[in-house]
Design a protein around this ligand. Sequence first.
Ligand code: ADP
Ligand code: MG
Length: 554
Amino acid sequence: MPDQQQILTTLKEYFGYDSFRPLQEEIISSIFKSKDNLVIMPTGGGKSICYQLPALLLPGVTLVISPLIALMKDQVDGLSANGINAAFINSSQHENEQQEIYQKILDKQLKLLYVAPESLSFLDTVLSQVVVSLIAIDEAHCISSWGHDFRPAYTQLGYLKNKFPKTPVIALTATADKATRQDICNQLNIPNATQHLASFDRKNLSLEVRPGNKRIEQILNFLEERPNESGIIYCLSRKATETIAEKLQNQGFNAQAYHAGIDHQKRATVQENFVNDSLQIVCATIAFGMGIDKSNVRWVIHYNLPKNIEGYYQEIGRAGRDGLPSSTLLFHSYADVVQLQKFADMSGNKDVQLAKLDRMKQYAESLSCRRKILLSYFGELIVDDCGNCDVCKNPPTFIDGTILAQKVLSTVTRIKEQEPIGTVIDVLRGAQNATVFDKGYQHLKSYKIGNDIPWKDWQQYIIQLINQGYLEIAFHQNNKIKLTSLSKKVLFENEKISLAHLKDFEKAKQIITEVSSKTKANSLFDKLRELRLTLAKEAGIPAYQIFSDATLKE
Ligand code: ADP
Ligand code: MG
């Protein structure tokens, strides 16, 4: 085993660095002890050196399995530029080229050999004739159907440990929850691998979740507070990236769309302009971001709910690489949940996808520190609340919500569980609209029993009741709100319920009352409209949360 000095000299000589980043050193030394290792480190954390450096000091060749042909070439070019003998084998190459590389392997000229998993079998004979010192499996989450980017070709990789039982294996990935981690190790036949978990905590990223109503309006307010700061808006559909970019352009913002359907040249230009700061905003599908090197992305907005926490984490992680404070904003809407559930239903591993979506929803609906939820997903526990998420900045206080709950549940009973959340609220508030009149809901006993509470607050309370299991959304029946087995405890057994108090609203209402008492009655409505934004700022909450125009009129 090489000594500490030798290792540091190699780091400096070949990579130009004076010191290691967290975990790199312990991982490298574990490799030299011939142990198997699983490395979980965020993107940009420095995973490559963990196998590239040992490769230089080990006697034989290091085999690197990597799924992305394009990235493979970049890696090998980079290594060659540093004077390291490396090559790659994949299906894009000519046979002559491959023969040349086989010869280099046999001549023991190569220190690193990158291979796509599909091409591995061609190497069988050649590899039997040389010493394989280390096997590195990059993007190792691809082996697990528990992961979010399953690739069938990866499942064959388990045989490597059988073929080279004495050769240490290092599996690396940026995204794997606990179940996926164990699955990776099992499938690679390295069940006892040492797991190295780098911290996923990105303290400089603030976390915020808002209900997805009037998203464009909210985004415009958000941008107004951040003049010229660059950021990414992630959308679920290609179409949305284009319509949102257009709406922003119409408001004078420097924004462009990016998705896999846009032609190659145009995409390259968007990416380039974004990286060199001549384009402020990219509205993109998740196709955008991988391999993009831009450290001053100041904010990331998710226009739609992502389908799992791995993806969400990776996408918000593109903000604030320079370590400076950066904002992330996620819009949460039930329409998105429904859409994503449909996608999950159609996918090969439906149950896993649905479970992951559920975790994503729990995150979005959390009433406690969001960072704790995020990090615990990756197996990391923090003791103190983070102080840099919307819940920590504005923690809820709880009230006795029993009567509120009874009002909702009895309304749902009276409309025979046949309506989505909006209509439930309309009935509660005594709305006078077509649905209500067509179905005769104005005659129900429940009609208007909740007109003292604003629409948005009812929505929040009902979502809380759903989260607590007192109601559920029938996603396959047009999102009708249904009772659950717990509902009757509230209706008939007087079960007490706690709900988060929407004190933002109280606070705003108080400010508005104070202001309106100083304002002439006839101009009150206009005044309030005008003042809404200012007031919201004073209260430190989004304007839409105060009053809708309709509420103001009342
Ligand atoms: P990952 O594969 O984890 O996403 P990379 O291995 O590509 O990350 O490394 C990300 C960047 O960090 C690269 O530019 C790399 O050169 C740099 N880097 C890695 N280790 C160190 C180090 N010890 N000191 C300084 N920079 C490092
Ligand atoms: Mg990498």
